[in-house]
Design a protein around this ligand. Structure first.
Ligand code: NCD
Ligand code: ZN
Length: 379
């Protein structure tokens, strides 16, 4: 056994589903799964029911999280078609603004160019007033994070450039997209991007085996697209999971009448570290490349506060097979079931407390912090 002490990971893209979809996940079950994966900070997406689109809904979500989370959590504001930039007065209490401009689960898709202009313009105006979150601006704004595939990607790059808004592209999957982002970075665009483990380790070739359990947005891409992500590792700022749990029944598994349109999305927060450590074991990645993308880069990108006395202990030699039954997520499955991996999280220390050990969570619900909530009170 080789026990390594590593920093707690950040998963900057999770759907904890509360309020509205607690049968899939909630702030407790989702953060328990995070600790099991060695993740001590998660950033929660706004496509809940109702979506996190107003100051009151941001505050309501923060209150729910404060009572339940066992790791730290930041909360995204979400752009909607009807409550246009309603979140702005509380924007500094969000970790960033999420805009969906491509096919997704839920009602948050924006497909009107005029509205998209306005969202970038108003976020940019606010950012010019209060700054973007960094050491000088601890109460500034986070970036705009977009789900923008194919032709919507250059649209968002242009708007970010024209309105001087830092742009983060979530879950990049295609060769054309990663190559465009590489070029935009070379031209000094304020752009960063993330890639999920499922888009690094699965492709269209896995679809027949996985069925609906391999259906997510963006969809699994071709082996050539996957190769392009690996070729452009230096362009990938962060790895984040897009942990998007749906029940097996909703996915049409084990039910007499499968749904006509099963919801896209797969869980992932607790399998990211073993999958990446397995790639380290195979010499496809270095541990430093993993830590840069799962710790330092997301901390910097979102201006996350330091977690003192926080680290994880990982047995990097432990070899085992990922199994649905071992998953802590409420939905109890993983698209990586039956895959052999290296690397088991043995213990998680958060602010000096052992919060996870031997497969058990020891932290009390509500012991995690909800980030950025003092951003307005302190001014
Ligand atoms: C996500 C979900 O289920 O909330 N689904 C997905 O396939 N990724 C939505 C999203 O991130 O687009
Ligand atoms: Zn997502």
């Amino acid at each position: 056994m080789t026990l390594l002490r590593l920093p707690g990971l950040v998963d900057a893209h999770v759907h904890l589903r509360e309020p509205g979809y607690e049968h899939k996940e909630d702030f407790y079950s989702g953060t328990v799964a995070a600790l099991a994966g060695g993740v001590t900070t998660v950033l929660d997406m706004p496509n809940t029911q109702p979506p996190t689109a107003t100051p009151a809904l941001l505050q309501d979500k923060a209150r729910r999280a404060a009572a339940k989370v066992v790791c730290d959590v930041g909360i995204f504001a979400g752009a909607t078609n009807n409550e246009i930039d309603a979140y702005l007065p509380a924007a500094q209490t969000a970790c960033g603004l999420k805009i969906y401009v491509s096919d997704t689960f839920g009602s948050l898709r924006i497909d009107d160019l005029g509205l998209l202009h306005r969202l970038f313009r108003t976020w940019g105006e606010k950012g010019a007033q209060v700054g973007y979150r960094d050491a000088q601006h601890p109460h500034g704004l986070g970036p705009v994070a977009v789900h923008a595939e194919e032709l919507m990607l250059p649209v968002c790059l242009a708007l970010s450039d024209l309105y001087d808004v830092p742009l983060h592209i979530v879950h990049v999957t295609r060769r054309s997209e990663i190559e465009l982002i590489r070029r935009a970075k070379a031209h000094n665009y304020r752009v960063t991007c993330e890639v999920t483990p499922h888009h690094l380790f699965l492709s269209t070739e896995d679809l027949s085996r996985l069925g609906t359990l391999g259906d997510m947005r963006p969809r699994l891409a071709t082996p050539d697209d996957v190769a392009a992500l690996w070729e452009n590792l230096e362009t990938i700022d962060i790895f984040a999971t897009d942990h998007a749990p749906h029940t097996l029944a909703e996915k049409g598994i084990g039910v007499a009448t499968p749904p006509v349109a099963p919801p896209p999305g797969v869980p992932g927060v607790e399998t990211m570290l073993p999958l990446l450590l397995t790639a380290v074991h195979a010499n496809r990645l270095t541990l430093d490349q993993v830590l840069a993308r799962c710790v330092t880069a997301p901390q910097k990108l979102y201006g996350l506060p330091v977690q003192p006395d926080t680290y994880i202990e990982v047995d990097v030699d432990a070899e085992y097979v990922l199994q649905n039954a071992a998953m802590k997520t409420r939905v109890g499955w993983t698209p990586f079931a039956d895959i052999p991996v290296f690397g088991r999280v043995e213990r998680v220390h958060l602010r000096g407390q052992v919060v996870y050990e031997a497969g058990q969570v020891l932290a009390a619900p509500g012991s995690g912090h909800v980030l950025f909530q003092d951003a307005l009170a302190d001014q």
